[in-house]
Design a binder for this molecule. Structure first.
Ligand code: OAD
Length: 256
């Protein structure tokens, strides 16, 4: 088990002094909850599936059932997943830091399940289903039966239903994007957890914070595209490093 001697004193001091902490997360955050990442060799979803065939508006137009079924599978997988000690450690930081903002690329809702109160979802949420035509959210009990395409329809306009996630080639939700940029502008520090840092514009956010004077720390078992830009790097899984970091920074107060 990691303890405070595994973390440099200056880092613990920065954490204790932070008034606004941003935790910027990617798929690695939920890996220990059993939700597969995208780009890890062997286990990543994009090692088995072609994103162009599943995560683009064109794919949905051409093969709506294939895309719907893949997301239905992921929705079930996520419905069974529980927050891991990393998510819980992030939620616990709210006890010690006046403002904690989670900016996540994840669509699984596990930060909210763990108790984080301010979560900005840059790529949407898999649990929400919206109409691809009128964009209204449609709860499960209102889904209209599938037509010949094999995908449930909108009860309001008859459009095909789809998950409320951002596909390649689509814009990020404007409100979330603006809120994330605002958080980066006022952050004292950013923890960058479990992301390859390859997907823009999201991956540019920690660098914006850094440009505004925030310190940056990466938590990831392997180097990412952002590692070289970080002030400090903690190599290890989020579910181990983050709880240990909370204990080390806030000592006996943590976990009580
Ligand atoms: P990736 O799959 O690209 O990267 C996952 C990162 O998590 C890698 O850097 C791993 O080293 C790291 N990792 C693996 N296990 C970990 C653990 N236990 N603790 C901490 N880190 C761990 O996932 P993202 O960076 O989130 O977009 O991918 C960004 C976007 O690409 C996703 O939001 C998704 C995808 O296509 C959309 O769906 C729009």
């Amino acid at each position: 088990m990691l303890d405070s001697s595994d973390f440099p004193p200056f880092l613990l001091k920065l954490l204790r002094a932070a008034r606004h902490l941003v935790v910027f997360t990617g798929a690695g955050m939920s890996a220990e909850s059993g939700v597969p990442t995208f780009r890890d060799a062997q286990t990543g979803l994009w090692a088995q599936y072609d994103p162009a065939e599943l995560a683009t508006p064109e794919a949905f137009r051409q093969h709506p059932k294939r895309v719907w079924d893949w997301y239905a599978w992921r929705r079930e997988l996520v419905a069974r997943a529980r927050p891991n000690p990393g998510h819980r450690a992030v939620a616990e930081m709210e006890r010690y830091v006046p403002q904690v903002t989670v900016v996540t690329q994840n669509v699984d809702g596990l930060h909210q399940d763990a108790g984080s109160s301010r979560v900005i979802e840059l790529h949407g949420n898999l649990r929400r289903i919206v109409c691809s035509r009128c964009r209204r959210e449609v709860p499960r009990e209102q889904w209209a039966p599938a037509g010949p395409e094999g995908v449930p329809r909108c009860p309001h306009c008859g459009g095909l239903l789809r998950p409320d996630v951002v596909w390649f080639g689509e814009s990020l939700p404007g409100d979330a994007w603006r809120a994330a940029q605002q958080a980066m502008r006022t952050a004292d520090g950013v923890l960058v957890v479990g992301t390859s840092g390859l997907v823009y514009p999201a991956a540019g956010l920690p660098l914006e914070a850094k440009a505004q004077g925030a310190w940056t720390v990466e938590v990831n078992p392997t180097p990412s595209a952002l590692s070289a830009e970080m002030d400090y790097v903690l190599r290890g899984p989020a579910g181990e490093v983050l709880p240990a970091l909370v204990r080390a920074a806030w000592g006996d107060a943590a976990g009580s």
